[in-house]
Structures are given as structure tokens and as C-alpha cells.
Ligand binder design. Structure first.
Ligand code: APR
Length: 278
């Protein structure tokens, strides 16, 4: 291999080498870490892609700073912008992507140790990945509580509120109700900290569809031990991915990347069949 070996030849060779490693070493402790990029092909915008990302499309909410829409201090003061956005993002009308199905396939084959997601769309659950395999580091829309008295708020009432765009108020104390999504300024779930060293036990790490721009999630790939391969499947190179000799970069669309990976593993038909019925 020399410096003028075309990238795609390098990638193909590398992902074939990872597929071989998985089969020959019977790799069964794969840790996957994902972000919004694995859900964009489902129709859910990511946050930072120029032009299409959520943060480029909040002008109509005239926020001082786009990230205020997920800021707990801003929400206490004015929850309307969040609920305007929640209407577009609320789970129920989206279908999991091929990338979600690839993760489910890793689990079905007994090769997934843990799946860490920053996404709040619950599409991993919808793809059939069992809850105990998933760490939702930034929470999700799966439940909601009052931000003042912490009382739980009924699912059917939040769904109605999100549809009408009104701000749901606590039945106990009239405080604002917020889905259990981790806002800027809030702590991540304890479950994240209890599991965040798991990449140290991994025999392969796969990072997909994330800019690795938000801590502490972005530190996860660094816990993967030296000498353990790390695969990045992403439109662009991010974080420290590619800095280690065992790193493999599959730059481009996530769905295309997991198909390439599945093909190298001999799992492509199974992946397509799984996606067909999702
Ligand atoms: N295929 C491959 N890569 C993609 C695709 C795609 N179809 N779509 C987007 N990407 C890439 C983008 O190029 C970018 O590198 O996915 C990444 C998405 O990055 P972000 O938009 O920053 O999303 P994410 O990394 O999940 O954001 C992290 O920021 O706003 C907070 O809490 C929020 O969880 C979120 C966190």
C-alpha cells in the first residue's frame, strides 16, 4: 500500500480485513456509538449538516442561539420553540433505516455488547433492538416529567399536546412538562456513566452518523483499547477517528456503508430481508 493507493481501494481492503477479523476471531463484543446521521435517511434532520441540519432551520423561531431550543434555562423561560420543533421530531411517523437494521443484525448474531446512541427518536427500539442493549445517552421522547415537581406526565396527554403545539402543564403543580430528553445544562442519565467504560471491553468499536462534537458522549471512542479496530461510517471524518493504525474509515452515506460492511461479512441478504420487514 502506498500513498497513491486510491481511497476506495484502501476502504474496500480495510473493511474486508475487519470482516475477516470478526469471523476468524469470532468477535462478540462490538460496541456501537451513533448520532443523528443514522436517522437522516428516515427523514429526521440531523443537527449540524449545513443547510439541512436542525440548527440551520430554526430561523422561524428567532432564537438567540439555535442550541437554545434544547437549553433547560431557555425552556424554563419559554418552552414554545421546543414544542414547535417537537411536533416535527416526535416519534411515530418514521421508519428505521438500514443502519438501524445492521445494529439489530449484530445483536441477532450475538455480536453486540452495547449500543450507545445520542438520538432521541427511539428508532433502535423500533428496529427491534432490546432496551437492555441500548444506552440512550441524551434520553428520548419515551417518557416525560414536570420540570418543577418531577411528577410523571401521561403519554396520551403529551402526544395530544405535541399535535396541537400547546405547552403541556403538570397536572399537580402547573409547571412545564418536558420529555425526558437531556437538554444542554442537564445531567446525562446515570446509566450512561455506569456503562461509559464498556468500550474498554470491546473487541471492535463502530462509530456511525455523528459529528462527535458533544461531550461526554464524544469521549466514548477514545475508551476503545489500542490495537482494537475502530470503524467510522460517516459522511465526513470526525473526532480522532482515523488517527490510529487500526482505524477504518468508510466515508459516505451510513446506509451505503453498512451495506458494504454487511456484504464483506456475507450478511447482505439477511440485512435487506430484515429491513424489508421493518
Ligand atoms: N450518512 C452518513 N453520515 C451522515 C448522514 C448520512 N446519511 N447524515 C448526516 N451524517 C453525518 C454528518 O456529516 C455529521 O458528521 O452525521 C453527523 C451528524 O452530526 P450532528 O448533526 O452534530 O448530530 P449528532 O452528532 O448526533 O449531535 C450530537 O448534539 O444537539 C446535540 O443532543 C444533540 O445528540 C445531539 C448531539
Amino acid at each position: 500500500v502506498d500513498e497513491n493507493t486510491p481511497t476506495q481501494v484502501l476502504e474496500a481492503r480495510n473493511i474486508d480485513a475487519v470482516a475477516k477479523y470478526i469471523q476468524e476471531k469470532n468477535v462478540r463484543h462490538i460496541v456501537v456509538m451513533v448520532g443523528a446521521g443514522i436517522s437522516t435517511s428516515a427523514g429526521i434532520p440531523d443537527f449540524r449538516s449545513p443547510g439541512t441540519g436542525i440548527y440551520d432551520n430554526l430561523a422561524h423561531l428567532d432564537l438567540p442561539d439555535a442550541e437554545d431550543v434544547f437549553d433547560i434555562g431557555f425552556f424554563r423561560n419559554n418552552p414554545r420553540p421546543f414544542y414547535a420543533l417537537a411536533r416535527e421530531l416526535y416519534p411515530g411517523k418514521f421508519r428505521p433505516t438500514v443502519a438501524h437494521c445492521f445494529i439489530k443484525l449484530l445483536h441477532d448474531k450475538g455480536r453486540l455488547l452495547k449500543h450507545f446512541t445520542q438520538n432521541i427518536d427511539c428508532l433502535e427500539r423500533q428496529a427491534g433492538l432490546p432496551g437492555e442493549m441500548i444506552i440512550e445517552a441524551h434520553g428520548s421522547f419515551a417518557s416525560q416529567h414536570c420540570i418543577d415537581c418531577k411528577a410523571q406526565f401521561p403519554d396520551e396527554l403529551i402526544k395530544k399536546a405535541v399535535q396541537t403545539g400547546e405547552v403541556p402543564r403538570c397536572l399537580e403543580c402547573k409547571g412545564f412538562v418536558k420529555p425526558d430528553i437531556v437538554f444542554f445544562g442537564e445531567a446525562l442519565p446515570e446509566e450512561f456513566f455506569l456503562n461509559r467504560h464498556l468500550p474498554e471491553d470491546a473487541d471492535l468499536c463502530i462509530v456511525m452518523g455523528t459529528s462527535l462534537s458533544v461531550q461526554p458522549f464524544a469521549s466514548l471512542p477514545g475508551f476503545c483499547k489500542d490495537g482494537v479496530p475502530r470503524v467510522l461510517i460517516n459522511m465526513e471524518r470526525v473526532g480522532g477517528m482515523g488517527s490510529r493504525p487500526d482505524d477504518v474509515l468508510l466515508l459516505g452515506d451510513c446506509d451505503a456503508g453498512v451495506r458494504k460492511f454487511a456484504k464483506a461479512l456475507g450478511w447482505l441478504e439477511e440485512l435487506e430481508a430484515l429491513w424489508e420487514k421493518t
